[in-house]
Design a protein. Structure first.
Ligand code: ZN
Length: 160
């Protein structure tokens, strides 16, 4: 989806500046309901192609693929004796058991949920996402940096 009605939200280019008022932007985004947003795992801002091409990819596709395969292996190992395979399937006590956070990460999540008034479902989503991000860097516990990245991927939960 676009970020707003005119479609230029977030654009840095002078000729393509967003003309929507904050109220219009909020209205545009409110068309996606909370329960709907809760079913979306990743929300992130994708720059317009012109700006995007100028940015260098920080890691290669091959490197990314390697990390993803490793993260999948970690999850397969972790859930071998359970009727699930992926972090995204965690819930309840299993979620708490497998998504151990460093104190800083826990604090960051608590604060984010409090400040933004997020739902419990949203809390769980961010937690599961941070588990996957931690797996991508082979971390046993979810660290602050993993949590911060997971929160970044829930951009639409953040009211503007
Ligand atoms: Zn706009």
């Amino acid at each position: 989806m676009h970020g707003c009605y005119c479609g230029y939200y977030g654009s840095e280019t002078d000729s393509q500046r967003c003309t929507c008022s904050p109220g219009r932007i909020a209205h545009y985004r409110s068309r996606i309901s909370g329960p709907m947003l809760d079913r979306i795992d990743l929300q992130l801002e994708v720059p317009r192609p012109k700006e995007w091409y100028q940015e260098q990819a920080s890691i290669s596709s091959a490197e990314m693929k390697k990390q993803v395969l490793e993260a999948q292996t970690v999850q397969e190992e972790r859930y071998r004796e359970l009727p699930l395979s992926w972090n995204s399937e965690l819930s309840g006590s299993l979620l708490r058991k497998f998504c151990k956070m460093e104190p800083g990460a826990y604090k960051l999540l608590q604060q984010t949920v409090e400040v933004l008034g997020l739902s419990m479902r949203s809390y769980d989503r961010i937690l599961k996402l941070s588990r996957t991000i931690a797996d991508l860097s082979s971390a046993e516990q979810i660290g602050v940096e993993h949590m911060a990245e997971a929160i970044q991927y829930r951009k639409l939960d953040v009211k503007i």
